[in-house]
Design a protein around this ligand. Structure first.
Ligand code: RTP
Ligand code: MG
Length: 143
């Protein structure tokens, strides 16, 4: 299976609870390499751009308010089968429905404030990594 990259945001609720380090450690234990990570406070424009696909959903306003409330960590990850594997260890969107020992079960509070974001496809992972790490911050995929 090929090495792949995916994109993670450690959301404001988890950073506020000082769980960013625990989540990064969890990801390393799950076999991911952390290619790049930075703390940033999303502006409304950046959050709206990132979640543009959800702009017609009823929770969009609430989601942008939440994501801009306080700083996040944006993280580029690498592993074999990274996109699917990260979705698995992240757990269901609603922490109450997430499996045991997933990030959202361990650290999420509610369907809106659910600790982490994860790319839902390899194409979106590339777009999302480039959105937050432009230029040469993340080395190009070899080959
Ligand atoms: P994410 O994009 O953050 O990795 O989460 P996801 O794929 O599991 O969920 P998605 O459907 O893409 O929704 C994006 C984020 O919007 C918030 N949300 N709130 N109040 C609600 O019913 C609701 N539904 C979704 C969550 O923060 C979710 O992660
Ligand atoms: Mg999503």
């Amino acid at each position: 299976m090929a090495l792949e990259r995916t994109f993670c945001i450690i959301k404001p609720d988890a950073v506020e609870k000082k769980k960013a380090g625990a989540i990064l450690a969890f990801l390393e234990e799950a076999g991911f390499s952390i290619l790049a990570a930075k703390r940033t406070h999303l502006t409304r424009a950046v959050a709206e751009g990132f979640y543009a696909v959800h702009s017609a959903r009823p929770f969009f306003g609430e989601l942008v308010e939440f994501m801009t409330r306080s700083p996040v960590f944006v993280v580029a990850l690498e592993r074999e089968d990274a996109v699917a594997h990260y979705r698995k260890v992240m757990g269901a969107t609603d922490p109450a429905k997430a499996e045991a020992n997933t990030i959202r079960k361990l650290y999420g509070g509610s369907v809106g404030e659910n600790a982490v974001h994860g790319s839902d496809s390899l194409d979106n992972a590339k777009i999302e990594i480039a959105y937050f790490f432009p230029g040469n911050e993340v080395a190009p995929v070899a080959g």
